[in-house]
Structure formats: C-alpha cells, structure tokens
Design a protein around this ligand. Sequence first.
Ligand code: PHE
Length: 443
Amino acid sequence: MREQWGSQTGFVLATIGAAVGLGNIWRFAYIAGENGGAVFLLVYLLFVLLIGLPLMIAELALGRRGGGDAVAAFEIDRTGSPWRLAGWVSVVGAALILSYYAVIAGWALKYFLGAATGDLWQAAEGGFGGYFDRFIAGSVEPVLWQGVMLALAAAVVAGGVKKGIERINLWLMPVLAVIVIGLAGYALTLPGSAKGVHFLFAPDWSVLARPEMYLNALGQAFFSLGIGMAVFITYGSYVGRNSRLPRSAVAVALGDTAFALVAGLAIFPAVFALGGDPAAGPRLAFITFPQVLLAMPGGTWIGIVFFLLLTAAALTSMISLLEVPVSVACDRLGAMRSRAALTVTLIIFLIGIPSALSYGLLADWEVFGRPLLDTIDHGVSNFLLPFGGLAIAAYVGWRLTPVVALEASDFSGSLSGRLWLWLLRVAVPLTISVILMRSVGVL
Ligand code: PHE
C-alpha cells in the first residue's frame, strides 16, 4: 500500500513548500525587475490563473489516479504506452532542475552563514559584487554548499512522505510566512519605499510590446508554481480519495503568488529606498540587496533572516524535486527509500558540479552565449517546463475521456469542471504553443 499524507493540511503545506522557493524570492524579484514590474506582474497573474492552476489540478489528478510514480501515471491506461516517455522526460527534468537549483540554494546557505557570522558584512573589498564574484569563482565552496543542501534534502526524503516531507513542511512553511510578512512590513516603513511599491504595482504599458516579456512571464509561472516536472504528479500519488483536489490547488496557487508578492514587497521598497537598480538580474538578491541592507538600520539582522528564509524555502522545493526520481527508484527498482535517496542524490550532485563551477573553472565555457547555469535555468523554465505542461494538458485533456478526467480531478460535471477541461484542452496548449513558437521566431 502506497504511503499517504497524514493530513489534508500536511498535504497542502508540503505542496506549497514545493511551489514556494527560490522562484518566489530570487527569481521572481529579478525577472519582474528586468521585465518592467507591474505589467509583467499582471500577465504573470493571468498565466498563473489560466494556465498554471488548471495544469496543477491536472497533475495532481493524474498522480492520484496513477497511484504510483510519474511514469506510472502516464502508463496506467495501457502498459507500454508511448505516453510513458512524457513521464520519463519529467523525471529526468526534475533531476536536472534539482542539479542546478541546489547550486543556487548553496549560495543562499553560504550567504546565510556569512550574514550570521558577520563575514558577509566585512566584504569591503570590491563591495558585495566582489564578495559574490570571489565566492562563485571558487572551485571548492560552491560545490561544498551545493553538496550540503543536497544532503539536507536527502535526509528529509529518506525519512519518508509523512515522517520526512510532511513533517518538515508542517512547521517550516508557517514560519517562513511569518518571516516574509515581517520583512515586507519592515521594508515598507523605510523612507522612499513608495517607489518600490510603485514599481511593482504601477503599470508601464509599453512593455506589452516586448515579445520576450510573455515568454518570461510564462516561464516564471511554470517555475514558481513548480508545474511541468511531475512534482505534483508525485505528491498527488500520496493523496487520498477524500481530498478535494481543485480546492487544494487553489490554496497552493494562492499561497505561491502571495508569497512572491510579499517577497517583492520586502525587496523592491528596500532596493528603491536606497537607490539600487531593480533590473540587476540574478545578482539582485545576492549583491544589490545586501548592499541595501548594510545601509539600513538593523540591516544585518534583516540579512540573516532573509537568507535563512531563502535557504529554507529552497530546501522545501529541493525536497519535492528529489522525491520525483526517488519514488521512481523505490517503485521500479524496489529500492529501500533511504538507499534510493542517497544514490539519487549522489548522481544529482555529480550532474550539478559543472553548474556549480560555471562561473569559476568553467567560466570560459559559454553555452548558447551564457554561462552554463544560466543557460540551463533559461532552457528549463522557458522550454522544458512548458513542454511538460503541454504533455499533461494533452494527456488529461485529450487522451482521457472527459468523464474520466472530471472524475479523477473531483470536478464531476460541475460548471467549473467544464471550464477547467476547456482550458486544459484548448486555451492552455494554444497559449503555450503560440508563446513558444514566437520565442523561436516561427510566428
Ligand atoms: N517552484 C519552485 C520555486 O519556485 C521550483 C520548482 C520548479 C519546484 C519546478 C518544482 C518543480 O523555487
């Protein structure tokens, strides 16, 4: 008998833990910053509602119905069906995401420890830019912290669904919510913070004309929610029949979006109050923000708490990504959970080493004109995840009969169910295809 979540709250919090991560804080802030703020936010919200939410429900339903790992979910209607390839792609994709995600999580851990010991604040020479560049240019430290974060995730996953994954999320997610709200509340009291709020909420419509803005908003919606990589298929397979999937998915999408918005309210007002550049790219959280903190009363404390938040949020997402291949190893190879967690983590660690070294030893090795880690991040969020989404939409929307799909997702014949199915069958694939084709210049 497959393990199940201990409670509905545990399931929802673990799923929010999967969704809330670096994507909501580090990535959301810099992508919103680069894409003009408020209008990007609007398009992003639209995508979350019309594409992300229906797909999340579909993933959960597929997982619960399959009652096994991500591959089983696509194979349950016919063994050996070619659809299982979609399952395998998402399992490999989850491992690939985790391999570089762990590197950035490692940066967060390094910064947390640096902030707590005071090491970070003494980084006078070359400022925070110098500190960051020296750190990521090294060959040992980035790999070390990447390894530590993976080891932590492995320890939790080895503990099992209920005793490991559910337990840690049950107490950590409420704590993180309190921290992020506290940070935003503080940032909003800073003089000059209104400019940051203005940036996040006052629209500059001209960015609507930028085609890459749509791709970035779509990629961000997929990445931040965590859809397209079988995480929700896997978490869904531990859900009991009495759970209401649409309601849980709404809670997760709301929680994820609220978290990103509040994190934005913690970062942008502070950045603007002290004259930082919101479009600083991936460096925003690691260079611009610490600079801002140093100039702020009590900033070093805020820094400790902020990087703790970033590290812990990253950890709960890493756990969800790791669970995808681990459940495959347990189901297919009959491996013991702890063994599976250890072996899979080791493989992912090795795959991630080039990413960890992509600004140091491998800095000269550019892939498609960017450092390796940037290329993987861009490719995964903007292409692999949307493709995963297309596969889910196609399977649940078209391969399953409407009756089966509606039943599996707890919608039955309701009006919202019909709307969901229409989104899944038509709107989701159409929007994703158009944006992808435009981005490669076909349309
Ligand atoms: N949603 C996570 C975040 O925002 C990342 C993630 C991506 C998790 C894909 C699972 C699958 O950081």
